[in-house]
Design a protein around this ligand. Structure first.
Ligand code: PMP
Length: 316
């Protein structure tokens, strides 16, 4: 779908996956006006296909678009477009237990600009791809490296927006960590270099004496939909959850640590390395709370129990 000059998006149409045409002077290519979302569709045993809180993705795209000086589709338009795209690609939704259809909505400045300014026209598109389960055989812990030389976001920047411009700056730190055998990088805040922010594409939680802590939303962290859902699920299971500044020392002293995100769902952290010191977490890194939250969340997302929270939408 394309926006007109007044920022209203047309209805859009289905196209086969393939290259798209963009002007070399498109706003997205020159000034980074691009935002994306990520969500998954799961197939239930009865064949129906479920989406998990897609209106949350729509709202996050809308608030991010404002920061990036872009118009955005309405929540209704966004959710309807996601549904139509999944329906048109029904056969690519894996069978129950075999993964999900990953859905990638993209919003970009497709109009031409030469001097620095917002693009005059925008394109909203959605592509999909089947993905396997993140964990092939049960939960497997990930190993994180704290990199205090690289920051993914600074106060006043765009850290809380799911914009394409936040991802290029972490590629170097991430590939350096992977080359050393780590799963990913954990970033600290850019001002004090001491408080947890997040991992390259997921949020982070610490568990100590049954209390769950996670960095508060301060403008530099992406407001993960899995994060928000896990906070709600944890509270409903009787856990105390604190959203606040979490110093790195506290993480190193935690009983267990886990990450949340659409791709990783709930990923237990097996070890964290900070300034050359490696801390390993108990139960081979797969903590009891992480396990409990993983199954509570996936039960909902995969439609394995009644959805009393109204978090899922049936597409077909
Ligand atoms: N932080 C970052 C930087 C991310 O890219 C993602 C993935 N969208 C997340 C956190 C987790 O967000 P969500 O739970 O909405 O997938």
């Amino acid at each position: 779908a394309k926006s007109s000059e007044d920022g209203i998006f047309s209805k859009g149409e289905m196209q086969y996956f393939g290259p798209i045409q963009l002007s070399p002077s498109a706003g997205v290519l020159n000034y980074g006006q691009g935002i994306f979302e990520g969500l998954k569709a799961y197939r239930k045993a009865d064949g129906s296909i479920l989406l998990f809180r897609p209106e949350e993705n729509a709202m996050r795209m809308r608030s991010g678009a404002e920061r990036m000086c872009m118009p955005s589709p309405t929540v209704e338009h966004f959710v309807d477009a996601v549904k139509q795209t999944v329906l048109a690609n029904k056969r690519w939704v894996p069978p129950p237990g075999k993964g999900a259809l990953y859905i990638r909505p993209l919003l970009m400045g497709s109009g031409s600009v030469l001097g620095l300014a917002p693009a005059p026209e925008y394109t909203f598109l959605i592509f999909v791809s089947p993905v396997g389960n993140y964990f092939k055989e049960g939960l497997a812990p990930i190993n994180l490296l704290v990199d205090d030389k690289v920051h993914r976001a600074t106060p006043g920047g765009t850290g809380c927006v799911k914009t394409i411009v936040n991802y290029a700056p972490v590629l170097q730190a991430q590939s350096r960590a992977k080359a050393k055998g780590y799963s990913d990088v954990l970033y600290l805040d850019a001002v004090h270099n001491k408080y947890l922010e997040e991992v390259s594409s997921c949020n982070v939680f610490a568990v100590k004496d049954k209390v769950i802590s996670t960095p508060a939303m301060n403008g530099t962290i992406l407001p993960g939909i899995t994060r928000k859902s896990i906070i709600e699920v944890s509270r409903s299971l009787g856990f105390q959850v604190e959203e606040r500044l979490v110093p790195i020392e506290e993480l190193l002293d935690a009983d267990e640590v886990f990450c949340t995100g659409t791709a990783v769902v709930v990923s237990p952290v097996g070890s964290i390395t900070y300034h050359g010191r490696r801390v390993e977490y108990g139960n081979n890194g797969v903590g009891i709370v992480s396990q409990q939250l993983y199954s509570a969340l996936t039960t909902l997302q995969m439609g394995l129990a009644d959805d009393n929270l109204g978090w899922t939408i049936t597409v077909n």
